[in-house]
Design a protein around this ligand. Sequence first.
Ligand SMILES: Nc1ncnc2c1ncn2[C@@H]1O[C@H](COP(=O)(O)OP(=O)(O)OP(=O)(O)O)[C@@H](O)[C@H]1O
Length: 203
Amino acid sequence: MGANAGALPRALVVAGPSGVGKGTLIARLKERHGAHMGFSVSHTTRAPRQGEKHGVHYNFATVDDMKAQIAQHHFIEWAEVHGRYYGTSVRAVESVREQNKLCILDIDVQGCRSVRRAQLPAVIVFVSPPSMEELERRLRSRGTESEEQMQTRLATAAAEMDARNEPGLFDIEIVNNDLDSAYLQLEEIFVNELKRAGIAEND
Ligand SMILES: Nc1ncnc2c1ncn2[C@@H]1O[C@H](COP(=O)(O)OP(=O)(O)OP(=O)(O)O)[C@@H](O)[C@H]1O
């Protein structure tokens, strides 16, 4: 048992510009450490589809309820898409922590600010590209964005890179130049957090 056995694991937040490789890094972490990772259940105001269970696939909520909770800062991030609300609540993340798992959050800089404001125990990692040119190359080679979306993402990326200087916002920066080396840095943070929470990998 670790020295801090009994302390719940902090959430592991992976932030950084679109196309930098967050999804790729998290997918690899999941392959190797999936048993100790958890993902929070999102809220939505859309109707449940056949087979969807409240609290499992989504937390289904009314628009009024979600608006009230947003106003009270109960959401780390939220979005309104075609009149429907979606969001990640602080409570949903806490619930993963209570299962003794590292809750992985892939969120934007605004979401990181909410994590800090909510004083949610979290290690916040900023993944940055080796250069803005390389970021653009990755986004283009992924081929999932239109030219208009590309321009929006690149402008947002520049603003997100500036946020690295915000005091107290990010704990660690990982430059995703070589994927294997970036992955090892992320894995080390993950494994250290398991240890800190007194969780043995072979549990
Ligand atoms: N170190 C790396 N070197 C080269 N290519 C990489 C590297 N890491 C990721 N990529 C590639 O860059 C592209 C973008 O990666 P990914 O989709 O993981 O980004 P993301 O940060 O999750 O983006 P979004 O926030 O838009 O979901 C993918 O095609 C991926 O294979």
